[in-house]
Design a protein around this ligand. Structure first.
Ligand code: FMN
Length: 303
């Protein structure tokens, strides 16, 4: 089940998605022991952020709606906390965002000093003003990619795309041409829930991001389209809760699989659970490696 993603060895293809757990050195080691292949840190920018007022989360049968608003420490404080990220038991992906091109560059540079295995660039938060600027504009996404790449040396860079776009292929192509080493697809999809008693949107931020099972078919479609368009690897993220969901992402073309909301339902054990379910599906179908099925949904359509 081990894979190589942009030259990084992962014990299996499962990756904790950004923003789901407050990650410390201890929790990274614990998640490694519990079976995660890699861990993505919360998205950080140049300043500490309080995030949005409550309520910020709502669980409904299809998954979650969250409007947490990227709370968290700034990059400086993360640099003090971690010092370095390359001496932990599993690969760590640093996630960054900015409001301006310069901020994307300078936060990326500071993140690179921690030596993460990869840097993920969040240009796609569904309920933040900055996300609205970059998430659907291929030319701007390319500029962000170039600025980040210019500042991080040899560390691979993955650009995290939004599903909220008519032509995700154009975004994927633009960031690949600008030098991205991978694409993370996808971030949450914008949505809203109305509270019938107050007659108002339930979240304080009004709009939140839909994640969990409701997002999975959208994520699979995005991964499928991106795989048709670019050669760089894809971290397929959105609604993966079971081994079968993960296999579906790999068949669409993902190299690795991000797992977020499922951690709320199944805890840290979810990584082991998903890997065991993948292995048992592969055994049942006499598939010896993930390479044998990666992108196979495309080949079957050509037959
Ligand atoms: C509470 C919460 C916080 C999130 N914070 C971030 C974040 O800081 N940066 C980011 O790139 N994505 C963030 N996301 C999006 C997830 O990383 C992931 O792309 C999305 O939830 C879809 O995956 P899932 O269905 O497995 O949760 C967040 C999602 C949730 C539910």
């Amino acid at each position: 089940m081990n894979i190589t993603l942009c030259g990084i060895r992962l014990q299996n293809p499962t990756i904790l998605a950004s923003g789901i757990l407050g990650v410390t050195k201890e929790s990274i080691d614990r998640l490694g022991k519990k079976g995660a292949g890699a861990v993505t840190l919360k998205s950080l920018c140049h300043e500490e952020r309080k995030g949005n007022p409550n309520p910020t989360m709502f669980a409904y049968p299809g998954g979650f709606l969250n409007g947490v608003g990227l709370p968290g420490q700034g990059i400086e404080s993360a640099c003090t906390e971690f010092e370095r990220l390359d001496d932990l038991s599993i690969p760590v992906i640093g996630s960054i965002f900015g409001y301006t091109l310069e901020q994307f560059g300078s936060v990326a540079k500071k993140m690179s000093s921690l030596k993460p295995a990869m840097i993920e660039v969040d240009i796609s938060c569904p309920h933040m003003d900055y996300g609205q600027v970059y998430d659907a504009d291929p030319a701007l996404a390319a500029k962000v990619t170039k600025e980040v790449k210019r500042n991080v040396g040899k560390i691979p860079v993955s650009i995290k795309l939004s599903p909220k776009i008519y032509d995700i292929k154009a975004m994927a192509k633009a960031v690949e041409e600008a030098g991205a080493d991978a694409i993370t697809a996808i971030n949450a999809y914008p949505g809203m829930v109305i509270d019938l008693e107050t007659c108002r949107p339930l979240l304080a931020s009004k709009i939140g991001g839909i994640s969990g099972p409701a997002l999975k078919p959208i994520a699979v479609k995005c991964v499928y389209e991106i795989y048709e368009t670019v050669k760089i690897p894809i971290i397929g993220t959105g609604g993966v809760t079971s081994g079968k969901d993960a296999i579906e992402m790999i068949m669409a073309g993902a190299t690795a699989v991000g797992i977020g909301t499922a951690v709320y339902y199944h805890g840290d054990e979810v990584f082991l659970k998903i890997c065991e379910e993948m292995e048992s599906w592969m055994k049942e179908h006499k598939i010896s490696s993930l390479d044998a099925i990666r992108g196979c949904a495309h080949q079957q359509q050509k037959k």
